[in-house]
Design a protein. Sequence first.
Length: 222
Amino acid sequence: MNQMQWTHLDQWFSQLLAPEDDALRQVLAQSHAAGLPDINVTANQGKLLHILARISGARRILEVGTLGGYSTIWLARALPADGQLVSLELNPDYAKLARQHLAAAGVADRATVLEGPATQTLAQLIKDQTAPFDLIFIDANKDDNPAYLALSQQLARVGTVIIGDNVVRQGRVLDASNADPGVAGMRTFLQQLAAPNLTSTAIQTVGSKGWDGFSISIVESA
Ligand code: DHB
Ligand code: MG
């Protein structure tokens, strides 16, 4: 098995099962042109997020890490007409571009991008006693994942689904001595997911983004 095969199969799955419309294609093209890193979820992963949101009946979704809004759109399209998605983005240029993309995709009525360091935005949402979210997708800088999870749990209810992206990082997450703060952050995040108030698992994936994976958890108690 090699990367070329994983990429080809991802392309086939995505074309067959998770075709992108013009709006999603434009997000990728314009994000790339604007110099954003090409680290979006793949189309079939976006569809997985969409399906998980639908299965869980999510009406309120929180995303940590907007980038250009690609996963945001897959998730927002899973919401009912009166649903709400809040996505948090550190970089104001990314946030601005993402807002344009959400508007072009027809989900600006449901999806809001909040700018700033997500630890601060999450703390503000907690302070504001924001209604709990039904599904939370954590996909920003990995060194802050432990804080993002701890704060997210304060914005959750019993039954909230918490999904983490990039829990494998080409296997580096297995290396306790790895000096990359993102790897250390992800290791701590996974250890936090083992707490008894969460029901969690993690799965490895291969595809056009290489070897990586997702965590999925259900909040059992606050
Ligand atoms: C990186 C971040 C991501 O969220 C991702 O899906 C892939 C790569 C990164 O920072 O390298
Ligand atoms: Mg990611």
